[in-house]
Design a protein around this ligand. Structure first.
Ligand code: CP
Length: 317
């Protein structure tokens, strides 16, 4: 694997999941693979899980790790070509990227949607510049439109907990006070579609996602109907995708919060969320604290998804 930005880069999902479960059994079996290799993790946005789990995965493989928070201590970066740089940004990304590539063997990038231009966001302008100009394998640690390490970890978690071959998975929008990107729901949809599970997406009107990601999933605006018979409930907020409301919050309707009353409609479903989560906006305390909540196992599997991806990249160097 050279780069990892979406589900297609992982190849056969069954093989990837089997590999993940093998890595989980013995995460120190490949400590020689990353010897004298350096991972550079670049964060344009905050992180807890991605930062820690990816660093741990790299250390499991024997790698050295450098972490750069672009907005804390580095020069402020201009990202647009053609700009007269007489403002507060002394360095251009087009020099910074190849320079960063000089100091490492693999680069992980976190760069969220900025909601300034839907075209720029959906063309993954920042991530693709790293792929084009760094000269290194690049993997996404959540980009503008996808969060593949999260989705891979979610799929590993479903693999570990599912009770039948084709579980019903319901991804439901839930309220949040601020505008969040569509990366996690886009990506989750892409991976669940690739896995071939029974997949329903529930969101209020105005919140339909890009059909490129939702594919053949059933999309409904009736959350209660969607939840009936669900084996897994994946809650997430996202801002509007469709024009002219791209990136806007259209609703904070708390009747969409995932509560025990909502979960009672399901087939004793497991609750999932990528975290961080706003309690009693997205999900009630009792649902996230229930034995059927998988939020901690999902987070734990972030180490495993990152390790499989790094292992495959290292094997291709
Ligand atoms: N789920 C996730 O990516 O968490 P962080 O934003 O804390 O990395």
């Amino acid at each position: 694997m050279r780069h990892f930005t979406n589900v297609n880069d992982i190849g056969d999902l069954r093989i990837a999941l089997a590999e993940a479960l093998e890595v989980k059994k013995d995460r120190f079996a490949f400590t020689e693979l990353g010897k004298n290799k350096t991972l550079l993790m670049i964060f344009f946005n905050s992180s807890l899980r991605t930062r820690l789990s990816t660093q741990k995965a790299a250390m499991n493989l024997g790698m050295n790790v450098i972490v750069l928070d672009v907005n804390q201590g580095a020069w402020k970066l201009e990202t647009e070509r053609g700009v007269i740089m007489d403002g507060d940004k002394p360095e251009h990304l087009l020099e910074a990227i190849p320079v960063m590539g000089c100091y490492c063997d693999v680069i992980g990038v976190r760069s969220f949607a900025r909601f300034e231009s839907k075209t720029d966001d959906y063309e993954e302008k920042i991530l693709n510049q790293f792929i084009k100009y760094s000269g290194r394998p690049v993997f996404s640690m959540e980009a503008a439109t996808r969060h593949p390490l999260q989705s891979f970890a979610d799929l590993i978690t479903i693999e570990e907990y599912r009770k039948n071959d084709r579980p019903k998975i319901v991804m439901t929008w839930a309220p949040h006070p601020k505008a969040l990107p569509q990366a996690v729901p886009n990506s989750f949809a892409e991976w669940i579609n690739a896995a071939g599970y029974d997949f329903v997406i529930a969101n209020p009107e105005g919140y339909d996602l890009d059909p490129k990601f939702t594919g053949n999933a059933v999309v409904t605006h009736n959350q209660d109907e969607a939840l009936i018979g669900a084996d897994f409930v994946y809650a997430k907020n996202w801002s509007a995708y469709t024009d002219p409301n791209y990136g806007k919050v259209l609703s904070t309707d708390r009747s969409w919060t995932v509560t025990s009353e909502k979960m009672a409609l399901t087939n004793n479903a497991f609750f999932m969320h990528c975290l961080p989560v706003r309690r009693n906006m997205i999900v009630s305390d009792d649902v996230i604290e229930a034995p059927t909540s998988l939020v901690i196992p999902e987070a734990a599997n972030r180490e495993i998804s990152a390790q499989v991806v790094l292992k495959r990249i290292l094997e291709s160097l």
